[in-house]
Design a protein around this ligand. Structure first.
Ligand code: MEV
Length: 331
């Protein structure tokens, strides 16, 4: 089961969606390789109501300059329907690799689809990806998929029937549920913002070099083994694979001295760590030794980062105040 769809609801309404972290396979997923993502229990909330003109947090200028909002409204607001006032609040840092734009796209798509008569979860996944791709120009559906599905999701890997499949014409991404092992993760933002599209383009160029196919195969192998290790709750193997994935990410040039400093600062109290998301700044993800979460967070603060202790968000994008969706992590 991929979770309930988005019910029809009239305006005003509110929706929310979780951010994400990528445990294995960032960048390689753009090229159709396997990845494992986790929707995290830090959310973005959007409110939608009718207004005299399109506004974002009260500002027409902010709305006009916001490619995600403009793409979403162009796709999902019926021509001739009254303009919208959109309000956003979020616990996710922006440009940090933790899925703030995916959460915004997914929550906004859920709200717009609800006000347009409701939709299936597959359609929500497709629209959230289309908004992010339309605004960003490049990238995979990984981030929006995690935000729509909730829990742990394998892309182009894992077992069983796909929740849904997405394509951009050239590449296909099949999305499968991975059971939530209930682990606590530490995320840490380096305070170095970065631009996903620029980083994706740089890595795509790097992967066009002669050793690109071999590198992609190694990324795919680590992610495939990581998906299996999480599914059988093998922490030692997951920790080792986080390290292997980080070596590959360094090799394609997306680590950063601030990320390496954070990884070093927490090494004594975590089982494994790597950067997460596009890299070149942004954030790291680590599997803390059980009971060491607060110690790890303090070490991050002393090293100049911002720590978040998270678990899986079991439910993906949903209306607030509507009947709960059932995208349980075990489905
Ligand atoms: C960004 O969070 C993850 C990347 O793999 C880009 C993408 O999948 O769209 C770097």
């Amino acid at each position: 089961m991929s979770g309930a769809g988005i019910p029809a609801q009239s305006l005003p309404l509110a929706a929310r969606a979780p951010g994400k972290c990528i445990l294995f396979g960032e960048h390689a997923i753009v090229h159709g390789r396997p990845a494992l993502l986790l929707a995290i229990d830090l959310f973005t909330q959007v409110g939608l109501r009718e207004a005299a003109s399109l506004r974002l947090n009260g500002s027409a200028e902010e709305a006009a300059a916001h490619p995600y909002l403009r793409t979403a409204v162009a796709r999902l607001r019926a021509p001739g329907a009254p303009p919208l006032e959109v309000t956003v609040s979020s616990r996710l840092p922006k440009a940090a690799g933790l899925g703030s734009s995916a959460a915004f796209s997914s929550a906004l798509a859920a709200g717009l689809l609800a006000s347009g008569g409701g939709a299936s979860r597959d359609r929500l996944a497709l629209e959230a990806f289309a908004i992010e791709r339309g605004a960003q120009g490049v990238g995979s559906p990984g981030d929006t998929t995690a935000s729509v599905a909730g829990g742990y999701v394998a892309v182009n890997g894992g077992d069983g029937r796909p929740l849904w499949e997405l394509s951009d014409g050239d590449r296909r991404w099949a999305v499968r549920r991975v059971r939530d092992p209930g682990w606590v993760w530490l995320l840490a933002y380096s305070r170095v913002p970065r631009d996903t599209a620029t980083t994706v383009r740089a890595v795509t160029e790097r992967l066009a070099r002669p050793d690109g196919p071999e590198l992609l195969a190694r990324f795919g192998d680590v992610a495939t083994r990581g998906i299996a290790a999480v599914a059988r709750e093998d922490r030692a193997e997951v920790a080792a694979l986080l390290g292997e994935n980080q070596v590959l990410l360094r090799e394609v040039g997306v680590s950063h001295p601030r990320l390496e400093a954070l990884i070093e600062a927490i090494a004594p109290v975590v089982e494994g760590a790597k950067l997460t998301g596009a890299g070149a700044g942004g954030s790291i993800v680590a599997l803390p030794r059980p009971g060491s979460e607060v110690d790890a967070a303090r070490r991050i603060a002393r090293a100049g980062g911002i720590a978040y202790v998270v678990r899986a968000a079991p439910v993906g994008a949903a209306l607030i105040g509507a009947a709960p969706t059932a995208a349980g992590a075990g489905d």
